[in-house]
Design a protein around this ligand. Structure first.
Ligand code: NOJ
Length: 569
C-alpha cells in the first residue's frame, strides 16, 4: 500500500470506530455523478396504524413493520418514512405529538424502534421519521406549562394574544380543519393560535428556545440511527407578528362552511426558509436527509425550498405533480419539465395519507389495474426520487366511510358529506386473503377494503401479471439500470395528446418510456430528431402488456393504457 493510501485507510478505520456504520455509508457519493444514497433510493411511506399489527389489538405497530422488512426488501424499497409514531392523544392520528422523544405505547417501545432501525440497516432499508415542526399536542408538557400562566417561562413557546374584544379572536384567521384558528383559554384570559385542530397549538418559531428544542429533537433521533425526516407542514411555521387579517373572498364558503381566506399572513412567510436552512445545517452534521411537505402554487415557490445554494431541503415534495388529476400527457409533460428544470433533485409523490389513492384518482372503473401499472411506470422512471404510499403496489383503493358516524378523521366529520375525510386512504394493508386481510386477528381500527381477497400481497405474488409483480420488476429494473438512475429527462413527441413519451439519456445510452394514457390503442411514431440517438430499434426492458422483444422507433403499437420501457439500440 502506498503511503497516501495507507493514511486514507487509517483515517477510514479511525472514523469507523467513531461513527456508526450507517453514518459513514450515507456520506459516500454512490456514483460518478456525485449522487447520494437518497438520490438512488425508493422511499415508501408507512402509516404505522395501518401497516401490520403484531399484537393483534387492531392497530398496526413497529414490530409489525419490522416483520415486513423482508417483503419491503424483496419489493425494492430502500427507505421507509413512518408517519408519526410518537406518543400522542391521536386527535390527528399522531400529528399531535405529546412527546417527541418516545414511541406511543400503541405502536411499541423505543427498543422496538431501535430494533427496527437495526434490522432495517441489515436489510439496507433506512428509517425516516416524520418531524411535526409547526405544532405540538395541547397535551405536550411544553403547552401544559405554557397555558398555566401568563408569566410561565414557556408562555412564549406558543402564540398567545388578547382578543379584539369580549368573545372575539385576535383576527380573522381560519383553521385548516375549519373554524377560527384561535382558541380562547379562560384560565389566562387569552387566545392561542392553532393552524390545525384546537388540540394542535402552533409553536412560536420566533422564539429561539423553540427552534433549539426542535433542532435538539432532530439530533436525538439522528443519534439513534434515523437517516432523516419528512418535515410536516413547513409552510405554516411563521405568522405575521402584527396578526393582520387575511383577505377573504366574498360570497364563498369552504367545505367546512367557513369564509374562504387567502392565507397571506399565516403561510409561506419568508422567515420559513432561514429556519429550514438552519435545520438543514443540523441535518448535515449527521448526513441526514430532509424531505419537505411543501404545498406550493408554482415552481418558483418550490425552487425556494431547495435553497439558493442547495442549502435548504434536499427534497421538497412537488404536490403540483400529484395535483394533475387526470390522465393528461400535456399536463404531466408540463409538470415534469418544470420540476426537472428547477435546479434541485426532484421527488415524486402521487399519493399519501392525506390524498386519495392513485387507483381511484386515475382509474376509469374498467381498466384500473392497467392504469395502476401505467402510473407506476411514470413516476418510477423519472429522474428523481419516488415516494410510494403503502399498498399502492397491490392496487389498494380508497375505502371511504359510508356513514358519518363511522368517520374517524375529525376533519371528515366536519366536512361530511362533501368530503368524507382521510380514512379511506388509511385502511389496513392487505397481506393475504385471510380474515382482516392478514393485517390483524382483531377487528382493525379502520375497515379493510372489501376487495382484499383479490388484492393482497400473498395472492398477487403468485400471479405473474399482478400489479405487485409489475412493481417488483419495475423497481428491480430501476435499481439496476444506470440510465434510469442518472440519465437526463428528454421529452419526446410533445404534441401527442394521448401518449406521454420520453427518454432517459446517459452517456450515449437511451432508455425510452412510452405511456399510453388513452383508452384506445395507439401507434406511436417517435420523433428522435436532434436527440443524438443513432439507433432505430428498441429492445423491450419491461412492458405492462405482451410487447414484442424489439420494435422500431418509427412505429410502435401500444395498447390502451399500456406502459412500455425499452432500450434504444
Ligand atoms: C400534514 C399531515 O400530512 C396531515 O396528516 C396532518 O393532519 C397535518 N399536517 C397537521 O399536522
Amino acid at each position: 500500500m502506498r503511503k497516501a493510501d495507507l493514511t486514507i485507510f487509517s483515517f477510514i478505520v479511525f472514523c469507523s470506530t467513531l461513527f456508526p456504520q450507517s453514518l459513514i455509508a450515507q456520506t459516500k457519493a454512490i456514483d460518478d455523478e456525485g449522487h447520494q444514497w437518497w438520490q438512488h433510493a425508493v422511499f415508501y411511506e408507512i402509516y404505522p396504524r395501518s401497516f401490520a399489527d403484531s399484537n393483534n389489538d387492531g392497530i398496526g405497530d413497529l414490530p409489525g413493520i419490522t416483520s415486513k422488512l423482508d417483503y419491503l426488501r424483496w419489493l425494492g424499497v430502500d427507505a421507509i418514512w413512518i408517519s408519526p409514531m410518537f406518543p400522542s392523544p391521536q386527535v390527528d392520528f399522531g400529528y399531535d405529538v405529546s412527546d417527541y422523544e418516545n414511541v406511543d405505547p400503541q405502536y411499541g417501545t423505543l427498543q422496538d424502534m431501535d430494533r427496527l432501525i437495526a434490522e432495517g440497516r441489515q436489510q439496507n432499508i433506512r428509517i425516516i421519521l416524520d418531524l411535526v415542526v409547526n405544532h405540538t399536542s395541547d397535551k405536550h408538557p411544553w403547552f401544559i406549562e405554557s397555558r398555566s400562566s401568563r408569566t410561565n417561562p414557556k408562555r412564549d413557546w406558543y402564540i398567545w394574544r388578547d382578543g379584539k374584544g369580549p368573545g372575539q379572536p385576535p383576527n380573522n384567521w381560519i383553521s385548516d380543519f375549519g373554524g377560527s384558528a384561535w382558541q380562547f383559554d379562560p384560565k389566562t384570559n387569552q387566545w392561542y393560535y392553532h393552524y390545525f385542530y384546537v388540540e394542535q397549538p402552533d409553536l412560536n418559531w420566533r422564539n429561539p428556545a423553540v427552534e433549539k428544542a426542535i433542532f435538539d429533537v432532530s439530533r436525538w433521533w439522528y443519534k439513534r440511527g434515523v437517516a432523516g425526516f419528512r418535515l410536516d407542514a413547513v409552510d405554516t411555521l411563521f405568522e405575521d407578528p402584527n396578526l393582520k387579517d387575511n383577505p377573504v373572498t366574498p360570497g364563498k364558503l369552504s367545505k367546512y362552511g367557513d369564509p374562504v381566506d387567502e392565507r397571506i399572513y399565516n403561510k409561506k412567510l419568508p422567515e420559513v426558509h432561514a429556519a429550514l436552512q438552519r435545520l438543514r445545517a443540523v441535518a448535515d452534521e449527521y448526513n441526514a436527509v430532509l424531505i419537505g411537505e411543501t404545498w406550493t402554487d408554482d415552481i418558483n415557490e418550490l425552487k425556494q425550498y431547495y435553497g439558493e445554494h442547495g442549502n435548504e431541503l434536499h427534497m421538497p415534495m412537488d404536490f403540483m405533480f400529484a395535483k394533475v388529476d387526470r390522465l393528461s400527457p400535456s399536463e404531466f409533460r408540463r409538470q415534469i419539465a418544470a420540476v426537472d428544470g428547477a435546479g434541485g433533485w426532484p421527488i415524486f409523490v402521487f399519493s399519501n395519507h392525506d390524498i386519495r389513492r392513485v387507483y381511484n384518482r386515475y382509474g376509469d372503473g374498467q381498466h384500473n389495474d392497467q392504469i395502476a401499472k401505467l402510473m407506476a411506470s411514470l413516476y418510477l422512471t423519472l429522474r428523481g426520487t419516488p415516494i410510494m404510499y403503502y399498498g399502492e403496489e397491490i392496487g389498494m383503493e380508497n375505502n371511504d366511510p359510508k356513514r358519518k358516524e363511522d368517520v374517524k378523521d375529525p376533519a371528515g366529520r366536519r366536512s361530511w358529506p362533501e368530503d368524507k375525510g382521510r380514512d379511506g386512504e388509511r385502511t389496513p394493508m392487505q397481506w393475504s386473503p385471510a380474515e382482516n386481510a392478514g393485517f390483524s386477528k382483531a377487528i382493525p381500527w379502520n375497515p379493510v377494503d372489501p376487495r382484499y381477497k383479490q388484492y393482497n400481497v400473498e395472492t398477487e405474488k403468485k400471479d405473474p401479471n399482478s400489479i405487485l409483480n409489475y412493481y417488483q420488476r419495475l423497481l428491480t429494473l430501476r435499481h439496476n439500470n444506470r440510465v434510469l438512475l442518472d440519465g437526463k429527462y428528454v421529452a419526446l413527441n410533445e404534441s401527442d395528446p394521448n401518449v406521454l413519451a420520453y427518454l432517459r439519456s446517459y452517456k450515449g445510452q437511451n432508455v425510452l418510456v412510452v405511456l399510453n394514457m388513452s383508452g384506445s390503442a395507439q401507434t406511436v411514431k417517435l420523433d428522435l430528431r436532434g436527440q443524438q440517438v443513432s439507433g432505430t430499434t428498441v429492445k423491450t426492458l419491461l412492458a405492462s402488456y405482451e410487447a414484442p422483444p424489439t420494435s422500431k422507433t418509427k412505429e410502435m403499437a401500444v395498447p390502451a393504457f399500456g406502459a412500455y420501457i425499452g432500450e434504444i439500440r
